[in-house]
Write a protein that binds this ligand. Structure first.
Ligand code: CA
Ligand code: CA
Length: 181
């Protein structure tokens, strides 16, 4: 069965959220801008920066471009997700788990398996979501304890966002983006 309108509407939000330079299309420019900004904001040394540059590109190629060369339209992005979803829902869910596990592992720069407010804000700013008040509200929606949210909770919220077809279930991620993040 194909993904319903609710799930497709979230994939469209996801697409828009990855258009780092807000020009309407996802291209290599978005990869470049996000990984440069991420490295600068974290003041990464040359060795760590190199790793981030490689890890970001690998993630974008695998989960965003999905075989397309350096540019993917919203239609192509939705179609690729829809195809994988239709083919095998369990496999699709596993793929999304790996997808968000991988990117939040990069975002967790101090490798404590938690996301701090600072790590969260830097990641969202690097991805072109520069409204600090809205980003902070988004982070606080995870009910941080001592300023930290377990990485697995953030990953779970994104997996739910990218895979759940249940429109009655509230989504922290969807709510945040609809509020303007
Ligand atoms: Ca773009
Ligand atoms: Ca951390």
């Amino acid at each position: 069965m194909a993904a319903n309108d609710f799930l497709v509407s979230k994939w469209k939000i996801w697409y828009k959220s990855l258009d780092v330079n807000h020009d309407g299309t996802i291209s290599m420019e978005d990869v470049e801008e996000s990984r440069q900004k991420f490295s600068e904001l974290h003041h990464l040394d040359a060795e760590k920066k190199k790793m981030v540059m490689e890890n970001f590109e690998k993630w974008w190629n695998e989960y965003v471009f999905r075989g397309k060369k350096g540019e993917v339209s919203e239609t192509q992005f939705i179609e690729a997700l829809q195809n994988d979803y239709k083919a095998d829902k369990d496999k699709f869910k596993k793929q999304m788990e790996t997808c968000f596990d991988t990117i939040f592992d990069v975002i967790d720069t101090n490798k404590d398996r938690s996301i701090s407010e600072d790590e969260f804000l830097i990641a969202f700013e690097a991805y072109g979501h520069e409204n600090v008040a809205l980003d902070t509200k988004f982070f606080k929606a995870y009910n941080p304890v001592d300023g930290l949210v377990p990485l697995k909770d953030i990953v779970a919220s994104w997996v739910d966002f990218a895979t759940s077809s249940d429109a009655t279930k509230p989504s922290v991620v969807k709510t945040a983006f609809e509020a303007g993040v």
